[in-house]
Design a protein around this ligand. Structure first.
Ligand code: NDP
Ligand code: 2IT
Length: 444
């Protein structure tokens, strides 16, 4: 089938899964020139195959809340593609989770993981469970119940989940504890583990740091650096927190953070003890970002995103579709020169087009936020050899991987006549690896 026909069939066969349609369209439209050059892919029906998950697992998660009431949530794991390694990708716990979100994330993960150069296939999972406002005991009971089903589908050489929205160190701990109890095995079945039980240094920092390293690589092509630049960051979770830290370390000034309720704007910069306050607020107290504005007497914009504020660099680190075409226009009018997606698919297609048409350096999620999963790959590698590397060594690996992803995306873009277009470049470079692996392995 032609690219347009495959997209049409995906829409027909997966009704109502808007985010999945969006992710498929973006990848497939940019690999059209590759398909023209490689008739063998069309003959082997690579496109028809790549848009269908190898396996989808749906289950019921029943748990008891602190009042003794029974609660029921959905649970899922979508094992999308294992042509280059065991399924690998995070778990998302958020009320918005349904099949279309996990499928879009799993599909993106295939190409992202291929770009890291590490042997990891693509998968994603999650639940519509909302950890917000739940006690630790409730979160633990939920995680135990979730793992009671998930454990039979995962394994160190089969499928290795990790964190995503709503799943951080606390949740990975409860999930891992239950896996170990049920299976009687201490093995590399999850990443993002605690440092005393098989975790890797730099994994908590990796996605945010990686997004900033990627930004630096893009800026280098224009003989620019992040030093002295004003940066707008969205979100205030794991990815946002460490994007802010690395941007600060490299001499930039971060003026915004947000959550699903609103945005704080601090023209003096979110650094030093202010950054420490955010870490405590979000990771220990589990409070709202508006408390930052109360504490430091800065502006809080209820119900708004950060994109109206002047900045040279924008790092969307919250969630999908958080930069509309209108937001992109505001950013461009205010002089943005680089946008790197710490989140998965945070920019709507109209926004992506505007950035590219206007010469803004635009790093798509599957390249710019690949540092997280890459460091998960490094965690698996350390688990397999039974050793752990220092912070500096792991960070050096992460940095090299981000430089390499930038190189691969830039080279593929140039080769196919779209110099500087990292969307096309990342999609083509990732796709070629997967398509060739699928071809080599026959009709899997
Ligand atoms: P966290 O749960 O730690 O933080 C998520 C942040 O985004 C919170 O500030 C949250 O606000 C905000 N947010 C979540 N959903 C929405 C929404 N619907 N509207 C507005 N704001 C929202 O997650 P992470 O930092 O881990 O993940 C952030 C993004 O980065 C996601 O897109 C994820 O897929 C992506 N990513 C994460 C990686 C990782 O290693 N963790 C790796 C690669 C990508 P609130 O508290 O109000 O919900
Ligand atoms: O979107 C992502 O790449 C992640 N949430 C991280 C996945 C992982 O396996 O570390």
């Amino acid at each position: 089938m032609s690219v347009e026909n495959v997209i049409r069939s995906v829409i027909e066969k997966n009704p109502g899964e808007r985010e999945f349609h969006q992710a498929v369209r973006e990848v497939l439209e940019s690999i059209e020139p590759v398909m023209k050059k490689h008739p063998e892919f069309e003959k082997a029906k690579i496109l028809d195959r790549i848009v269908v998950p190898e396996r989808e697992i749906y289950f019921r998660v029943v748990w008891e809340d602190d009042r003794g009431e029974i609660q029921v949530n959905n649970g899922m794991r979508i094992q999308f593609n294992s042509a280059i390694g065991p399924y690998k990708g995070g778990l998302r716990f958020h009320p918005s989770v349904y099949r279309g979100i996990i499928k879009f994330l799993g599909f993106e993960q295939i190409f992202k993981n291929a770009l890291t150069t590490l042997p990891m296939g693509g998968g994603k999972g999650g639940s519509d469970f909302d950890p917000k406002g739940k006690s630790d005991a409730e979160v633990r009971r939920f995680c135990v119940s979730f793992m009671n089903e998930l454990y039979r589908h995962i394994g160190p050489n089969t499928d290795v989940p990790a964190g995503d929205i709503g799943v951080g160190g606390r949740e990975i701990g409860y999930l891992y504890g239950q896996y170990r109890r049920i299976t009687n095995r201490f093995e590399s079945v999850l990443t993002g583990k605690g440092m005393n039980w098989g975790g890797s240094l730099v994994r908590p920092e990796a996605t945010g740091y990686g997004a900033v390293y990627f930004t630096e690589e893009m800026l280098k092509t224009k003989k620019e650096t992040i030093k002295g630049k004003t940066v707008a960051v969205s979100g205030s979770g794991n990815v946002a927190q460490y994007a802010v830290q690395k941007a600060n370390q490299l001499g930039a000034k971060v003026v915004t953070l947000s959550d699903s309720n609103g945005t704080v704007y601090d023209p003096d910069g979110i650094s030093g003890t202010k950054w420490d306050f955010v870490m405590d607020l979000k990771n220990v107290k589990r409070g709202r970002i508006s408390e930052y504005a109360d504490k430091f007497g800065v502006d809080y914009c209820e119900g708004e995103r950060p994109w109206k504020f002047e900045c040279e660099i924008a790092l969307p680190c919250a969630t999908q579709n958080e930069i509309s075409a209108k937001d992109a226009k505001m950013l461009i009018d205010n002089g943005v020169i680089a946008v790197a997606e710490g989140a998965n698919m945070p920019t709507e297609p109209g926004g992506v087009d505007l950035f590219i048409e206007n010469g803004v350096l635009f790093g798509p999620g599957k390249a710019a936020n690949a540092g997280g999963v890459a460091t998960s790959g490094l965690e698996m590698c350390q688990n397999h050899i039974g050793m752990s590397w220092s912070f500096e060594e792991t960070d050096r690996h992460l940095h090299n991987i981000m430089v390499n992803i930038h190189k691969q995306a830039a080279a593929a873009a140039e080769k196919y006549g779209h110099k500087g277009n990292y969307v096309i470049g990342a999609n083509i470079a990732g796709f070629l690896k997967i398509a060739n692996a699928m071809l080599d392995q026959g009709q899997s």
